[in-house]
Design a protein. Structure first.
Length: 99
């Protein structure tokens, strides 16, 4: 029984390593790759603070892994407080445009 558990753990590690070789990531992949929560990723995409694909015909968000690596190394502002402030400012701008 213990050997079966070890085999499953090893297979999960292999699966994780293979998923990191992807060039294009979706939100789930990005959350696993970066450790960011999905909600934080969606806030970043809403505010256009994270590099992402721009195909208008696809609703799902996609991210280029190389661009994400460069963005992460470029000291992005990821604190919840900073994101909430920017998100609130964006909402105010959108409301003013709608008026």
């Amino acid at each position: 029984m213990d050997e079966q558990i070890k085999i499953v753990e090893i297979l999960l590690e292999i699966k994780n390593l293979l998923s990191q070789n992807k060039k294009v990531l979706n939100v789930d992949d990005l959350a696993e790759y970066t450790g960011l929560s999905k909600s934080k990723i969606y806030k970043l995409t809403q505010l256009r603070l994270i590099p992402m694909g721009n195909n208008q015909h696809i609703r799902q968000k996609f991210f280029n892994k190389n661009e994400i690596d460069a963005w992460l190394l470029g000291e992005p502002i990821l604190s919840d407080e900073a994101l909430d402030q920017k998100f609130s400012k964006q909402l105010l701008k959108n409301r003013k445009r709608g008026s």
